[in-house]
Design a protein. Structure first.
Length: 334
């Protein structure tokens, strides 16, 4: 149990998220103190949740599917920094059957989380994605992968520093290698990034399943996960680079979105909306058009490209959010 608590407390919800990341980016001391308190609460929640689980010995994943599943499904292996985040991102993709967090790429057999995060095993934090090729292709998964990492950073992924957090595509056969190489070359040619794409493409060898408390972590410990993810800078970076194109690429390949420039945003948004979404201002409570709105619907907000707006239930299909209509059915609410 002591190892478990140390892993959770010291390795994932890191103190330096507070001490370095926010101090570098939030110069106002009052806001730093506020974020420290919030992250401390999340850390406590994560530790308490961890105390309720038993630690399982990880093992090499050789064949965890039935013969029927093996015939129907395929496996893809990716490393993209924190496997909590990568696992959660792939789980949302239609056609993905399951995602397993673990370690791969090194020479140490049955490594522990503590050993891998020390950076001395040669292993990466990674995920194995089991998918149905009739519903989602390997090319689709490559697209999802690129849009959820920083492929230009060879030394870390966001707040997680060290070789164990580098981004890698592990190919299982020559076809995956070919598609991965082509995808990387296409991304380099796209001009999307000012720096070259440095993600490695390596031959898959063995995969060791991570400890049980890491599996499905975003679902088991949503509070700790959300505060870790917010503090890591991952979503802020992705929103800056891809805007809503990230979401669209994951759900059907609609035309990409380009953030309007400041002139357009100032015309589109009210002065308060512009200050809140673009200048990190704070909106006074109980003074906006939605605070007392009791209609059924959803709120749509992109931290970097638009203001909060309300889409009523009857307009969800028309506005492109028909997938959320099921949230309002009686069966879902039971």
């Amino acid at each position: 149990m002591e190892t478990h608590l140390s892993d959770i407390a010291n390795q994932r919800l890191r103190d330096y998220i507070v001490e370095k990341w926010f101090c570098e980016r939030m110069p106002h001391s009052g806001r730093i103190v506020s974020m420290r308190r919030l992250l401390l609460l999340a850390l406590v929640a994560a530790i308490v949740a961890g105390c309720q689980k038993t630690e399982a010995l990880q093992h090499e994943v050789k064949n965890t599917m039935t013969q029927e599943e093996m015939t129907k499904n395929r496996i893809a292996t990716f490393a993209g920094g924190c496997f909590w985040c990568v696992e959660s991102d792939f789980e949302k993709i239609p056609g993905v059957v399951k995602v397993v967090s673990g370690y791969t790429g090194g020479n140490t057999g049955n490594p522990s989380y503590q050993e891998v995060t020390s950076g001395t095993t040669g292993h990466f934090e990674a995920v194995q994605v089991y998918y149905d090729p009739a519903k989602v292709t390997y090319e689709d998964l490559l697209g999802v992968f690129w849009r959820h990492i920083d492929p230009t950073d060879a030394g870390r992924q966001f707040v997680d520093r060290g070789p164990q957090y580098r981004s890698v595509i592990f190919y299982h056969d020559e076809e995956q290698r070919r598609l991965a190489e082509k995808s990387k070359a296409d991304l380099n040619r796209s001009g999307k990034f000012a720096k070259p794409v440095v993600t490695d493409i390596l031959k898959y060898t063995k995969f060791y399943e991570a400890e049980e408390y890491h599996q499905g972590y975003s679902r088991k410990n949503p509070l700790g996960y959300q505060w870790y993810r917010m503090g890591s800078g991952r979503d802020q970076y992705l929103c800056n680079v891809w805007g809503t194109e990230k979401k669209e690429s994951s759900s059907g390949g609609k035309k990409g979105y380009t953030k309007p420039d400041d002139t357009v945003l100032k015309k589109k948004l009210t002065p308060l909306q512009y200050e809140v979404t673009q200048k990190d201002a704070t909106e006074p409570p109980f003074q906006n058009e939605y605070w007392n709105d009791k209609r059924e619907g959803i709120y749509v907000y992109c931290i970097n490209s638009a203001a909060l707006r309300f889409v009523p239930k009857e307009d969800l299909e028309k506005e492109g959010y028909g997938e959320y209509l099921k949230l309002f059915s009686r069966d879902t609410q039971k």
